[in-house]
Write a protein that binds this ligand. Structure first.
Ligand code: HEM
Length: 289
């Protein structure tokens, strides 16, 4: 029996070796069956009257703790709105979502401006989601986003370290030390006590003035490696350009026409986020349509 099992395993390994592009075949078969997911036009700012404060946790739409099959991840805000019945209409409770659903959910539920909502959501989809099925996990990698687009794309969900998730959390450990998506009670207590000490006053200027930092990455303890090519958080145009011209082509070096269309559409939404407020120049890694 053991020999038979080993034989099957060996045969499977050979199959995988013989078809190294299985991932890409699966996703194109999927697209042939289902078509490319529709990419709805991304949301405009909310109309006046609908943009006021709303209680997320309210008896009419209570917070319901995620079930074991619901995906949650490193962003406490997205986790919260995915668990709120009120917003379940916009953000599916299982945590596998379309970018336009997050845009409207964070605008409606959290009053995030339209530009910034689009900026974070389309950047996240392009780096961590599946542009053909138009789905992204707000936590770990999930088969629910459909077959992966060809490697070296990651389609790793928001938990994917080194893309959007970058060890900036005050309540999760750095990826080097463990699971960067899971709430760490000690870190949470530490952050809560520090906030209490400061009586609700914003700590952001204090922290940044005391600990000025340049973009970089932790390679273990006390080994911070500077990444000069990464733009600072303050420059939206440079982040836009760097993502579009360096990060995305790194994940999608070769394209089929179907994938190019889907990427160009999402890159267009991403540009829409920096056009009005920041007056950035549009860049085209895969040519203009
Ligand atoms: C009003 C909207 C939002 C607020 C207030 C918010 C707030 C936060 C906060 C406070 C953290 C840090 C948590 C901690 O220190 O433990 C965080 C982390 C994160 N958020 Fe959000 N978020 C918002 C929207 C979004 C959106 C739209 C996305 C992407 C689609 C996103 C993706 C992430 C990711 C990936 C992290 C992890 C960062 C890291 O660990 O390096 N967030 N968010």
């Amino acid at each position: 029996m053991a020999i038979f099992a080993s034989f099957i395993l060996l045969a499977l390994v050979h199959l995988v070796a013989a078809f190294p592009t299985y991932d890409s075949i699966a996703v194109y078969e999927y697209v042939a069956r289902n078509g490319v997911a529709a990419i709805p036009n991304s949301h405009l700012p909310l109309p006046k009257g609908q943009d006021g404060l709303k209680l997320v946790n309210h008896p009419a739409h209570p917070f319901i703790t995620a079930s074991p099959n619901d995906i949650r991840g490193p962003c406490p805000t997205l986790n919260t709105i995915a668990s709120s019945s009120f917003l379940a209409h916009y953000l599916p409770r299982n945590g596998v979502v379309r970018p336009d659903q997050i845009v409207i959910a964070v605008m409606e539920g959290l009053k995030l401006g339209n530009d910034f909502a689009k900026f974070s959501c389309y950047q996240a989809l392009l780096m961590n989601g599946n542009s053909l099925t138009n789905l992204m996990s707000i936590g770990m990698k999930s088969p629910l986003t459909g077959p992966d687009t060809p490697k070296p794309t990651l389609v790793g969900g928001l938990t994917q370290h080194g893309t959007f998730q970058g060890d900036t959390s005050m309540t999760r450990v750095d990826a080097f030390f463990g699971d960067q998506a899971v709430l760490n009670k000690d870190l949470f207590q530490g952050s809560a006590s520090t906030a209490q000490l400061h009586n609700g006053r914003s700590l952001v200027p204090e922290i940044f003035n005391k600990h000025p930092f340049v973009p970089g990455v932790n390679h273990g303890k006390n080994n911070f490696v500077w990444q000069p090519q990464t733009p600072p958080l303050s420059s939206f145009c440079r982040i836009y350009e760097d993502t579009v011209m360096r990060v995305i082509p790194g994940q999608y070096p070769k394209l089929t026409s179907v994938l190019r269309d889907a990427l160009n559409r999402n890159l267009g939404f991403f540009y829409g986020a920096v056009r009005a407020e920041h007056n950035c120049t549009q860049v085209f890694p895969y040519g203009r349509d």
